[in-house]
Ligand binder design. Structure first.
Ligand code: SF4
Length: 516
């Protein structure tokens, strides 16, 4: 490992503003090459092997080539703006304009087939790629005002798709992006297809009027075919009377003909009461859902016989709307689309209670299990075994969505405001809210209400419930048998704590995960 001072006048490396995406270092691993080189949290990565680095993927790719020189900088003043949202790199950028005096200390160090030991504040150093669409079903356009800004970011970034499984439309890809996806084998990607009919897709997503200069270049069929070496998980958001019925059959037929398409999730449109400047769309009815399921079941049977996979996976919401039973655990084939609202309820129900339930609680406890209207009935049936515990009074409460409107019935979009309308102070000992209502790794809801605030206001313990029935039972029993508050965030909620809000809302809008 060598450490060099880049302020050395003999060092020719110019600091070109256009090329710099300074990436703030979050942590430095103890004993790592970076630590030995004197790198500290708050320093910035400027380049690797003389080239600007746009994101962690490019960083890892550069390291994977063997020998790497990392150019670092230490700002004179501590960075002032550090939001946790990908896409805010401009703020760091200003600090490093070379014409500005006080660039600070710059230095470099070398590694060879070694992890430098750096972790960054953000995964995207050059900012998030925004979406070029205005979909009829976009949740961002249907959000009430007043939430934190990060929730209104309309991202459509293939890098987040690869890193976190968020869905992208591919309508904003440049030639450079396509080549990079292929060269770096960014596989799998998650693609919102909606329909294989190009004109209909443009109509649904309305992007031809917006920022896409050459619609021909981003035709969905052409794009899927160009990305033939990349595995694609796809989704179809069904808009009644638009891309369902025969159009749905055509889309499924096309997707199934492409070897790189691994599966297609089918989700009904989600509406809120805040649809401004968007066309009128009616809600997905029971009859719509039944028609879609009937068609999809024919395809599923055919694909299972012919290729050993059902290929098409209708979302939980589609089954609930149609009033039809959920598929068995086996039919979800390992739950590859769990976070897209496909199989969450089955996963919740089959995540068994491995511990024996006690016959009675030491003290009687009243527990409210809050969820969205869509899942309340199923949850009520599912928790029936817990009601055998003497002293436990368990009520499943369907909470109306006061923020997005009554039409929004999924649990993931409930906010503090909704719970305040649904629960009276002191009416229970414990309130369990669905884990999906919380931002990943935090106890904050979409409207920034925290569980701590609710505990104070409701004068009761408030915790995140479980992502499975077994987990839910454990949270209830832990809380009921101990004094004081216990933080019961679900394992599912914790594991993705690095995700951005924009990714979270994509999950939340589709999800009925956990309680559910
Ligand atoms: S749904 Fe997604 S792709 Fe469509 S407008 Fe909204 S953010 Fe963009």
């Amino acid at each position: 490992m060598t450490v060099a001072n880049l302020n050395d006048p003999h060092n020719p490396a110019p600091l070109t503003p256009e090329e710099l995406y300074p990436a703030p270092v979050k942590t430095v691993e103890a004993g790592s090459p970076a630590e030995r080189a004197g790198v500290r949290p708050g320093d910035f990565l400027l380049r690797v092997n003389g080239a600007a680095v746009t994101d962690v993927l490019a960083y890892r790719h550069a390291l994977s080539l063997g020998k790497a020189t990392l150019e670092m900088a230490r700002p004179i003043a501590a960075p002032q703006v550090m939001t946790g949202v990908p896409g805010t790199a401009q703020d760091h950028h200003r600090l490093f304009m070379p014409q500005e005096p006080g660039l600070g200390e710059t230095f470099s160090f070398d590694v060879e087939w070694e992890d430098p030991g750096l972790d960054f504040e953000e995964v995207l150093f050059d900012g998030i790629k925004k979406c070029a669409n205005k979909c009829d079903f976009c949740y961002v356009h249907q959000m009430p005002r007043g939430f934190r800004k990060s929730l209104y970011i309309m991202d459509d970034d293939y890098r987040l798709s690869f890193l976190y499984g968020s869905f992208v439309t591919l309508t904003n890809l440049t030639e450079g992006d396509i080549n990079r996806i292929l060269d770096e084998n960014l596989s799998p990607l998650y693609v919102s297809v909606h329909t294989a009919n190009q004109e209909l897709r443009q109509d649904l997503m309305r992007w031809w009027k917006l920022k896409v200069k050459d619609p021909q270049a981003v035709q969905i069929r052409g794009m899927i075919e160009r990305l033939e070496s990349i595995d694609l998980y796809t989704q179809i958001v069904l808009v009644p009377g638009r891309n369902d019925r025969e159009h749905l059959d055509d889309t499924v037929e096309y997707l199934s003909s492409r070897p790189n398409v691994l599966s297609a999730a089918v989700v009904p449109i989600g509406l809120t009461s805040h649809r401004t400047n968007l066309p009128d769309v009616r809600t997905f009815t029971r009859e719509d859902a039944q028609d879609s399921l009937k068609r999809l079941n024919i395809w599923r049977k055919k694909f299972l016989n012919e290729r050993g996979t059902r290929f098409i996976f209708p979302s939980d919401e589609l089954y609930l709307l149609a009033g039809e039973p959920l598929p068995s655990e086996e039919e979800y084939e390992g739950f590859p689309m769990l976070e897209n609202g496909v199989g969450m309820i089955r996963d919740f129900l089959t995540g068994g209670m491995d511990a024996e339930l006690p016959a009675a609680l030491p003290q009687p406890k009243r527990v409210i299990l809050a969820t969205g209207a869509l899942f309340a009935e199923s949850l009520d049936l599912a928790v029936e075994p817990l009601r055998a515990i003497e002293g436990l009074t368990l009520e499943v409460r369907a909470v109306e969505n006061k923020t997005f409107g009554k039409v929004t019935t999924v649990a993931g979009l409930l906010t503090g405001r909704c719970f305040r309308h649904a629960v009276k102070p002191g009416e229970a000992d414990l309130l369990l809210v669905p884990p999906t209502t919380l931002r990943y790794g935090t106890e904050l809801m979409l409207d920034d209400t925290s569980l701590t605030e609710l505990r104070k206001e409701f004068k009761m313990d408030v915790q995140a419930g479980g992502a499975t029935l077994g987990e839910l039972a454990r949270v209830i029993l832990n809380a009921a048998t101990s004094s004081g508050h216990q933080w019961g965030m679900s394992a599912h909620a914790v594991k993705d704590s690095g995700k951005a809000d924009s990714v979270q809302i994509q999950v939340a809008e589709q999800g009925m995960r956990g309680q559910a």
